[in-house]
Design a protein around this ligand. Structure first.
Ligand code: UP5
Ligand code: MG
Length: 190
């Protein structure tokens, strides 16, 4: 039996830092499958699943959905993709997410992209997104910022301790950021 050993890159950064936008570009150029944990959870709400109401309430409050729910959705999406290279966007969001994913899947990320952006800029972006997301109101945005600082930054620091974090200045135009991102993914000359 051969163990499949997929390549996983975690794509992290505060709410509105541009994770989804940059992932779309990476997919086009480097053949990864983009899995946004938030998108998977929102799809689960729409599907009318038994967890839907619980997920919807947590997202409205900017809270982190229990790991087992999110990990199941990620695992299913990985299996269904047929690919072996994944951008996991917006997960893990806390230490428990991180440890549970590692324990359940046995996967460690190749590296972690960290889109670093000031709150004022992220707030501007979220308030002008206008895609009908129930969490894009100033009250929920403030809660999302707090959860990011308290729970998600420690995960980034954990991976930084393992020299896995590629920190990117995300307060620039989309194309400039992508130039930096490309240099990280491009095969290096030996
Ligand atoms: N934009 C993007 N880049 C720009 C740039 N360089 N300059 C100017 N504008 C830029 O971008 C946001 C907006 O900014 C867009 O309008 C874009 O055009 C513009 P986007 O690429 O969407 O940023 P992103 O970082 O993906 O923002 P998002 O709001 O998706 O981040 P969140 O982390 O808040 O949302 P996510 O969907 O990951 O999670 C939502 C909620 O789900 C969480 O709060 C939580 O409740 C729940 N959740 C879990 O519980 N567990 C999980 O594992 C994941 C989510
Ligand atoms: Mg997103």
């Amino acid at each position: 039996i051969t163990e499949k050993n997929p390549t996983v890159v975690f794509v992290l950064g505060g709410p509105g830092s541009g994770k989804g936008t940059q992932c779309a570009n990476i997919v086009e150029h480097f053949g990864y499958t983009h899995l946004s944990a938030g998108d998977l959870l929102r799809a689960e709400i729409k599907s009318g699943s038994e967890n839907g109401t619980m997920i919807q309430n947590m997202i409205k409050e900017g809270k982190i959905v229990p790991s087992e729910v999110t990990i199941k959705l990620l695992q299913r999406a990985m299996q269904e993709s047929g690919n072996d290279k994944f951008l996991i966007d917006g997960f893990p969001r806390n230490e428990e997410n991180r440890a549970a994913f590692e324990n359940v899947t046995g996967i460690e990320p190749a590296f972690v992209l960290f889109f670093d952006c000031p709150e004022e800029e992220m707030e501007r972006r979220l308030l002008s997104r206008n895609q009908g997301r129930e969490d894009d109101n100033i009250e929920t945005i403030r809660k999302r910022f707090n959860v990011f600082l308290e729970s998600s930054l420690p995960v980034i620091n954990y991976y930084d301790g393992k020299a896995k974090v590629r920190k990117i200045d995300a307060a620039r135009p989309v194309q400039d950021i992508f130039e930096t991102v490309k240099a990280i993914f491009a095969p290096k000359n030996e």
